[in-house]
Design a protein around this ligand. Structure first.
Ligand SMILES: [Zn+2]
Length: 132
């Protein structure tokens, strides 16, 4: 009896652990796919120049801490001046695009669920280690 119960408990624990693993893996995959889709949507000129990545100067800020798809996270970051745009066509176009999207949100022409939470997260990036 005990062995059966123990086995059932072990199995339950194992399933719970692997579900957590699967969920984490799914989130990482979602982020990766989101990035791929964003890249694929861009025309060649929008990929940027040798000085930037898609119009953003390095270091391109992290967005993993922001509970939103990449393009929404970038709107929030741009609205707070966290992004540094390149002088090339990609940089200018991206800046204009993100500014317009932000104006739409402020004017309630566009609504994102939990925008306040997104903006809050964008304003508080995780501490990064600098220097050496
Ligand atoms: Zn550039």
């Amino acid at each position: 009896m005990d062995t059966i119960r123990d086995r059932a408990r072990e199995r339950k624990q194992y399933n719970r652990k692997s579900n957590d693993g699967i969920r984490l893996q799914q989130r990482v995959q979602d982020r990766y796919v989101s990035k791929l889709v964003e890249d694929a949507r861009r025309p060649i000129w929008a990929m940027g120049c040798p000085n930037c990545t898609g119009g953003l100067l390095k270091p391109v800020p992290e967005y993993a801490h922001i509970p939103a798809p990449l393009y929404v996270a970038r709107i929030a970051q741009a609205s707070m001046g966290i992004l540094k745009f390149c002088e090339c066509d990609a940089g200018r176009a991206y800046q204009i695009f993100l500014r317009k999207k932000y104006k739409d949100i402020v004017a309630k022409r566009d609504v994102y669920p939990n925008w306040d939470g997104i903006a809050q997260a964008a304003a508080n990036p995780p501490a990064t280690r600098r220097g050496g």
